[in-house]
Design a protein around this ligand. Sequence first.
Ligand code: PAZ
Length: 325
Amino acid sequence: MALTNGLEVQKEILDAEIKSFFDSAPPLKDSDDISGKLEEFVKKNSVPSGSGEVRRVVCVTSGGTTVPLEQQCVRYIDNFSSGHRGAASTEYFLKAGYAVIFLYRRGSCQPYCTSLPDDPLLESFECTDDSNIKVCQSHSEVVRNAITKTHAAVTGGLLLKLPFTTIFEYLQMLQMIAFSIRSLGPHAILYLAAAVSDFYVPWKSMAEHKIQSGSGPLDMRLVQVPKMLLVLRKDWAPRAFCISFKLETDSKILLEKADMALKKYKVHMVVANELSTRKEEVVVVRSNEKISVRRNQSPGVVDVECPLVELIVGRHSAYIENPDL
Ligand code: PAZ
C-alpha cells in the first residue's frame, strides 16, 4: 500500500512537471493544420481493407531536437542524430504494409533519400544547355526511386511527414500523434528513434533577444526535460506497441541502461545501440529476451533497419493477437 502511494505521488509530481512544460511552451504555429492532417490520416487508415484486415500504423520519430537559448533564436543546443535510422526504418515499415507518420527533424535524412549524395541538387543533376537540367546517369536510379516511392506513399495516404525543430515542437507534436492513434489500439506502434534533448531552457526564463557576448562568460541554467515516456505509455496511447531507443557511448552500461528504461517506462521493447556501431548492430531488449540484430553483409541489404523492422513486425503481430502478454 505504502509503495502504491509512493508511486502515485511520483506520478502526480511527473504529471505536474509535464503540465508546466506544456503550459509554458510556445504554442505550435500550425497546430490546427497538423491536427487536421492527423485526423484525416488516421481516419483513412482505420477503414479495414477489402480482405477485412485493419491497416497497422506506426509513428516513427527521427533526428535530434534542438534546445533554443533565445526566444528569437540565434543560438541553440543540438545533437549528433542524422535521422538515418528513422528514414530507413520508415521505408521498411512501408514495405511491410504499415502506414507511417514520420515525425522528423527539419533538414534531416528522408525516406528513400538515404543514399543520395550530401548535396543532392548539385551532385545529382547537370545542366545540358541553358534551359534544360537532367539527372546524372550515376544517380538516376536513386533519384527515380526517391521521387516515385515518396510520391506513391504520400498520395496513397500511407506516409504523413511532420517536421519539427525544437524540443517544444517535438513533444507537443508527439502528444498530438499519440492522442490521434489511440483509437487504433494495439494496431499502432510508437517507434521512438529521435534523439531527444534531456535538458532545456524554460521558455519563460529564456532571453528574448540575442544573448550579448560583452558581459563575460555565459551562465545559464538548463532544466531537466520531464520524462514523458511513462505518461505516453500509461495515458496518451496506452494500447499502442511502444518501442523506445537507448543510445550510449560506453558499451559497459548500455544493456543495463536499456533494462532500466524497459522497467521504468514500461515500454514493450528498448532498442539499445552504441554511437560508433549504431549502423552495424542494435540489441532488442525485452523483459524475456535480448536479441542482437546485425546488418546483413549480403549484397543488396545495406541497413540494420531491415532485419530490425522485420523482427519488430513479428513481435507486433504477436502483440495484436494478445496485447496482455
Ligand atoms: O539518427 P541516426 O541514424 O544518426 O542515429 C539513430 C539514433 C542513435 C539517434 C537512435 O538509434 C537512438 O538511439 N535514439 C535514441 C537516442 C537516446 O536518446 O538515447
